[in-house]
Design a protein. Structure first.
Length: 156
């Protein structure tokens, strides 16, 4: 039975690493829901966090295959109760004549206004995917543009 999984990889920070990992996952028939990459506290080592749906047996095979990639230093899974996982979302919203009321509503629902002028506001919100989706639905009456980072996380 397929379920949602989050893989946490520590990799050498060198050209081609991401494409080799994404290619391996693609060749196994997986669809990556989100993928994020960032530097770590270790020089020349990056963290890649990948979310995907898979059954347990296939996921274990994938983790073993990822471990064999020369640039991969460590593969682990971020379990829900053993890690902190979230994403960042920026939302650009067109403001109407009720600008102050709109901005107050945004902040009351967990958003943070990072820029505004007379016609637009740019909001940031962090949290899990469900929290961000819920926040976005509060803006259904506005014209919006969305940029989401995808999941990232770290073990406790």
């Amino acid at each position: 039975m397929k379920r949602f999984h989050i893989l946490n990889l520590l990799v050498k920070d060198e050209p081609g690493t991401l494409i080799r990992i994404a290619g391996l996952i693609w060749r196994r028939g997986f669809n990556i829901d989100t993928i994020t990459v960032g530097k770590t506290e270790i020089s020349k080592v990056s963290r890649i966090v990948i979310s995907l749906n898979s059954d347990e047996h296939i996921l274990e095979q994938l983790k073993k295959q990822l471990s064999k990639v020369v640039a991969v230093l460590k593969v682990s899974e971020l379990k829900e109760n053993e890690s902190i996982v979230g994403e960042l979302c920026y939302i650009k919203i067109e403001l109407n004549d009720k600008k102050d009321e709109t901005l107050n509503q945004i902040e009351a629902n967990g958003g943070r206004v990072v820029h505004s002028d007379e016609t637009i506001a740019i909001i940031s919100i962090t949290g899990n995917a469900q929290e961000i989706d819920k926040f976005i639905t509060t803006l259904k009456n506005y014209k919006i543009n969305i940029a989401r980072t995808g999941l990232t996380g770290i073990g406790k």
